[in-house]
Design a protein around this ligand. Structure first.
Ligand SMILES: [Zn+2]
Length: 268
């Protein structure tokens, strides 16, 4: 499952390659699972529109389109295996291709998704995502998000209606860096601890973005090249291995239905 840094890397890569270009034609596979908005409506809306900006909101890639006076956004959610590729128009069409946008610059923007958990849709309201943006939320807003909540902090970090875009990897990594145990009750964390968590989360996400996203799953960048940058994980997927700081064996738990790894010494 691509996480926030991977989605941001793909969005930035696609933006650099396609912004300012017009969409000349659209082909869709019409596979019902892929299209949250009817594919005919997507094709009609996109054809003739110009791509103004491609960016990330939460874990969604948002393509801002302008067409005469109308402003619409084309949303791409990668799901588990979705890939958004920029390729020459003459490149062979890969299996599981669900959308092809023919661009004025001579290249295609293609959506390929083998497992079909990815989603394509249109939004005309200005997509803001389900929660708050972890990279830009203020200190006070971050602290008040968790006030009075009985949820374990790990589960709260994964709750997309609180902060959107944080998945299992960065939840575990930020809790380790903030020295907070994943099962602590959110509402009982002190302001100091929450501010430490906010800082750790921003640091770990920005670091991963700067590396181009860590490539633990099927992450592929905008040109279709498999990402090869791997963030050095301190705890994620390292249960049973020694802590890199204190050498204690890292422990595994299930919190919020997800495997969670932490250090029993470094985290309190
Ligand atoms: Zn440790």
């Amino acid at each position: 499952m691509p996480e926030l840094p991977e989605v941001e890397t793909v969005a930035n890569g696609v933006h650099e390659r396609v912004h300012g270009q017009a969409i000349l034609a659209v082909w869709t596979s019409n596979k019902p699972q892929t299209f949250k908005t009817p594919p005919q409506e997507i094709a009609e809306t996109l054809t003739g529109a110009r791509i103004d900006r491609v960016h990330r909101v939460g874990k969604t890639i948002v393509v801002n389109l302008s067409r005469l006076t109308e402003t619409t956004q084309f949303l791409v959610h990668l799901g588990m295996t979705g890939r958004l590729l920029v390729c020459p128009a003459e490149a062979p069409i890969a299996p599981h291709t669900h959308a092809i946008l023919t661009l004025s610059g001579g290249r295609d923007l293609r959506f390929v998704d083998a497992r079909r958990f990815g989603r394509l849709s249109l939004d005309r309201t200005g997509y803001g995502g389900p929660g708050q943006e972890p990279l830009t939320i203020s200190k006070d807003d971050f602290v008040s998000l968790f006030k009075g909540r009985k949820l374990a902090i790990k589960a709260a970090l994964l709750n997309q209606s609180l902060l959107h875009g944080v998945g299992n990897i960065y939840a575990d990594e930020s809790l380790y860096r903030a020295a907070i145990r994943p099962r602590r009750q959110s509402g009982r964390l002190t302001r100091t601890e929450l501010l430490r968590l906010r800082l750790a989360l921003v640091e770990v996400l920005k670091h991963a973005i700067s590396l181009g996203g860590s490539s633990v799953s099927d992450y592929v960048d905008a040109d279709g090249v498999r990402g090869f940058f791997q963030l050095e994980h301190m705890v994620y997927s390292r249960a049973g291995e020694p802590c890199k700081v204190c050498t204690t064996t890292l422990k595994k738990l299930v919190v919020g239905g997800r495997t969670t790894v932490f250090c029993p010494i470094c985290q309190h």
